[in-house]
Design a protein. Sequence first.
Length: 336
Amino acid sequence: MPMNVFELTRALVDIESITENEGEVAGFLHGHLAELADRTGGYVERMQVEPGRFNVFAAWGEPVVTLSTHMDTVPPFFASSEDADFIRGRGSCDAKGIIASMVGAAQKLLADSTRNFGLLFVVGEERNSAGAAVAARSPRGSRYLVNGEPTENKLALASKGALRYEIVARGKMAHSAYPELGESAIDALLDALEAIRRVPLPNDPLLGACTMNIGTISGGRAPNVVPDAAKAEILVRLVGDPAPVREAFARAVGTRAQLNEVLCIPPIRFQSVDSMPTTVVSFTTDVPVFGKTWGEPLLLGPGSIHVAHTADERISKRELSEAVTMYADVVRRLQA
């Protein structure tokens, strides 16, 4: 007996799949979709990313539209629970409830004898989009890619990009009683970060303000040792060309530390679909990595980004049910 959207959401949430540990949930989805494909004349494949990690692609006919989202989650894992209104648990909102609603939409389409669509579930979105990068090299002819992220069932008109840096400072160890004999890497790092915090960031009429977050700081050896190494990681949410931000950060850091760019994903503008409610989002997705290799991208999904990555991650059962119908309707409209 096929699972309904609530049952499938909980089953997926209860499989821990923090980035780089997606093998079990991918295997579960492959088996679940293989059963559906066997009954309905579709096919399913594993798209290898690296040992123990693979994307899952299923198709019925020649896909015009592909529904896609990611299988990985951020830490820490916590299992599912539910009440009358919500399903909770890591990934319930971002993005296992979305997977379940896409599978539900596939079942709905097949019940109406609608074909020529696909499902693509990828690994690694929460870290480096490794699964999307592999999929982008192996397109399947789709003309539209509907990427699923929490947009409260509104079609996103635009999403911010991301510019990620690692800032590394070096110093010289010494006994803390004689700091003049050493050089503090932590002091150098703090000075660099303070200079970066003073950099004015751009604004965009549609996307709003470019923002910067200092996400991690580490370094030092002991309270009585002048630190010889320190590191910070920062993430900028881009609203336009990254070049001015790169140049301003490089000037701000100067010779205090080493500024290493880790990742740059540009902001994206999406097409609209007549009569659908719209929004603008500040988060980054797999879409820039896909480009248009899987077709013209759209961004749409149930759930609120405000509870994703939190201790109270949850998704509305009402939105999940609406998303099943919404995804099926979008597939039909894009095929027309």
